[in-house]
Design a protein around this ligand. Structure first.
Ligand code: 5GP
Length: 184
């Protein structure tokens, strides 16, 4: 799905597909440099990080495994439910391995700090975080994010894996959802 297909639902277009994939290619270069000779395990956070993992991993020159976790966060709305739990756990042991958690977006940082704390308990050799997008509030959370695609304004965004009520995930760019769409 392209921006033009849903332009009327967006109050602003933030990034074109080329801008996003271009930035991810730069980050893949950083990851290649930092993980040379290491045992890289990418942990993608479902469902939103599917696009980010797919594009990032294809740009890597380093071998990596790709695994997935699902955490409950937002429901169908645009505000956090505040309740976090693991809906789908990893199917591999990460003890002694070099783990890179890949997120779609960090808003309050609540999901990420929960996840990082949980994964650290499994004793990986190293644990770092990459996110495609980050909102300003996330700067206040105490989890270190090593790789950030873009810092974005504090608006509800859709596209590139991010949904509203299950829709817009397959939009190839990123835009601000017009509040009229969700009655805001
Ligand atoms: P946090 O725990 O950092 O507040 O929120 C993280 C999760 O909330 C993200 O993984 C994502 O699923 C959802 N989220 C946060 N901000 C947005 C947004 O602007 N748009 C969409 N679609 N989801 C968001």
């Amino acid at each position: 799905m392209e921006i033009a297909d849903v332009r009327g639902d967006l109050s602003q277009v933030l990034f074109t597909p080329d801008e996003i994939t271009g930035r991810l290619r730069e980050l893949a270069g950083d990851v290649d440099r930092d993980y040379a000779g290491k045992d890289l395990v990418i942990v993608g956070v479902l469902n939103g990080a599917v696009m980010t993992v797919a594009d990032l991993a294809r740009d890597l020159k380093t071998h990596c495994e790709m695994h997935w976790m699902a955490i409950s966060s937002y429901g169908d709305g645009v505000t956090s439910s505040g309740v976090l739990r693991i809906l789908k756990d990893l199917t591999v042991d990460i003890e002694g391995r070099d783990v890179l958690v890949v997120e779609d977006i960090i808003d309050t940082g609540l999901t990420l700090s929960y996840l990082v704390q949980n994964l650290r308990g499994r004793q990986p050799a190293s644990l770092e975080v990459l996110t495609a997008f980050r909102k300003p509030a996330a700067a206040k959370c105490d989890v270190d994010v090593k790789y950030v695609g873009f810092d974005i304004p504090n608006d509800f965004v859709v596209g590139y894996g991010l949904d509203y009520a299950g829709k817009y995930r397959n939009l190839n760019g990123l835009g601000v959802l017009d509040p009229a769409v969700y009655g805001g």
